[in-house]
Design a protein around this ligand. Sequence first.
Ligand code: SF4
Length: 208
Amino acid sequence: MEVDELLPISALNHVLYCERRAALIHVDGVWIENAHTTAGLLLHDRVDSAEETNRPGIRVLRTVALRSERLGVYGVADAVEFVTRGGGEQPFPVEYKRGARRRWQNADVQLAAQAMALEEMTGVAVPEGAVFHAKTQRRRVVRIDDALRALVAATAERLRELVSSRTVPKPVLKPQCEGCSLRPACSPTAIADAPSLASALRTALAGE
Ligand code: SF4
């Protein structure tokens, strides 16, 4: 697979958050910063420029380029800890997120895709990784189990379908819309309000 055919791992996160958001970004090329995305960028800048934090038996690399031919994705891991184990080193990816844990699984899928790419690149099993939530300063260990791997593969396939079909799904108002930086370009409430507008129009016409 050519480099320009690979899709970003971060797009998997977008697909699970909202397929319309994923398509607006990766089909239509729309991007709008808001306070949430800017704070996320600042966090990643801080993480990327942090000093090495090697500990006994653990070598830490930051901003690690990743690639998976099998999933058709590429990306960058915020940090990968290489843990000395059994005469070799086992990779342990760490993804930094600004907020606390969210209800949807998008951060775990992003982390699992990084783990699967690391396995493909190193030939070493990656059974676990962690999401570090800056808001709570908590590091949450995530098992990269079969169910999560299947979700990564299905999400990567769905992303490829969206991008190759050049389709942007219609907006659907949902909890994720609150805080979505693309809301000004998406107008989910316009569609959500459509039935009431249509009903108001019918009422007005009936009264003529
Ligand atoms: S505003 Fe809502 S529907 Fe629109 S892209 Fe964002 S999350 Fe999706």
